[in-house]
Design a protein around this ligand. Structure first.
Ligand code: FEO
Length: 397
């Protein structure tokens, strides 16, 4: 379906209302997602990105039905991850003469995902321009935002910055623009997306935004490749991203735990109770790794100044759901975070030192020695945990 976006730009993407996850099952989608592909109609016609490969026939059929397929001159491959480049083989099967523009790394990604022998591919670098007639596309390489091949494109005249994954959200909506949707939902999904997709590359994101802000261009819209796009006061999403890039934290502590027979959960609850008694201003969240999706937990870790992480000892280690969460934490390269470990055990008690080792390796600062509690916490143990909670609450003021 073709929808007018702005000026000479049309949205030709795909919305997935029912998709439950992406990146295998690692990224749970509570609000679906969209893949935003765009067509610019000028004297020449350019297509920027495609949609997830599973939809390749539908996507190209739609381009044909809208009278776009036969009129296309250029394909701009901003990023070749299969949710954006996945229809390229089908597109080129039906339009083998199409001229492709991509970053130098994009050429390698195209070859990695497609049998591209004989395709007309032009590598472009930052500042190079493609004239479409009255309007031009200027390319801006954006390596590691979030793949080496990523590039942005700026359309003059309509003043649209096509930012691919940057500023995106996994957020299916009937609307195309940020000012048309629930702002709380938008911020929640944008923050989760930044945390799980872009936070590992935060220094490069910051540099790229500052580079774009210093360019002699006026941007009136940021066209994302997922969720809604941004218009109006664009300093809002730009500054939001700059804030998130800068070792972000809110006045929040998150207690993350899993439990076999409730003992570790009881420690988690008592810790939170102690924190609340001594620090009523801080936002306390308790999240079980057995209940919450990892990416939901990661978004709360991102907002936290400290996390308290608990698992019982099982088979000389930690529960699998906690192992998965700690692996996700390792990969997302959080900055400026503190932690304390805790957990119940029966006879050996390796979980707490194992959690400490993993979080210290991930760059978290240990607030105090962990709490290793044998068997189910009795009244005396509960009082000890409560006192530790108060100590942490005071330390986080
Ligand atoms: Fe939305 Fe990096 O793909």
């Amino acid at each position: 379906m073709k929808r007018h976006f702005t000026g000479n730009v049309y949205w030709v993407g795909k919305t997935e209302w029912e998709l439950n996850s992406t990146h295998s099952t690692a990224f749970k989608l509570h609000r679906g997602t969209s893949y935003n592909a765009y067509v610019v109609e000028d004297e020449k016609m350019a297509l920027l990105d495609t949609v997830r490969g599973q939809h390749h026939e539908e996507f190209v059929d739609n381009l044909a039905a809208e009278g776009i397929l036969d009129r296309l001159d250029y394909y701009i491959a901003q990023h070749l991850e299969p949710d954006h480049g996945g229809c390229l083989t089908e597109l080129m099967r039906r339009r083998p003469d199409l001229k492709i523009y991509c970053s130098p790394a994009g050429r390698r990604s195209i070859a990695g995902y497609h049998d591209s022998e004989g395709w007309d591919i032009t590598e472009v670098k930052t500042g190079e321009t493609l004239s479409l007639g009255e309007k031009d596309l200027t390319f801006i390489e954006a390596p590691m935002l979030h793949w080496p091949d990523t590039m942005f494109s700026f359309l003059s005249g309509d003043n649209v910055l096509f930012s691919n994954d940057g500023f995106g959200q996994h957020y299916a909506s009937e609307y195309l623009w940020s000012d048309e949707v629930d702002p709380a939902e938008l911020r929640e999904e944008a923050l989760k997306y930044f945390t799980c997709i872009l936070n590992p590359f935060a220094p490069m994101v910051k540099n790229k935004i500052e580079e774009i802000q210093a360019m002699d261009i006026t941007i009136e819209a940021i066209a994302t490749s997922h969720g809604v796009s941004w218009r109006g006061d664009l300093s809002i999403p730009m500054n939001m991203y700059l804030e998130w890039c800068d070792a972000y934290q809110e006045n929040q502590v998150t207690v993350v735990y899993d439990s076999m027979w409730s003992s570790t959960r009881e420690i988690a609850e008592e810790l939170a109770y102690g924190i609340r008694e001594d620090n009523h201003d801080i936002c306390i969240k308790i999240m079980s790794t057995a209940k919450y999706a990892e990416n939901d937990i990661m978004a709360e870790v991102f907002k936290s100044k400290a996390i308290l992480v608990g698992s019982p000892t099982i088979n000389s280690g930690i529960l699998p759901s906690m192992a998965a969460a700690l692996e996700e934490i390792r990969g997302l390269r959080f900055k400026n975070k503190k932690f304390m470990a805790f957990g119940s055990y029966g006879w050996s008690g390796e979980a707490v030192p194992m959690i400490e080792e993993k979080l210290e390796a991930a760059g978290f600062d240990k607030m105090r020695d962990g709490l290793r509690m044998q068997w189910q916490p009795n009244q005396a143990a509960r009082e000890e945990v409560h006192a530790v909670g108060k100590e942490i609450g005071a330390a986080l003021k």
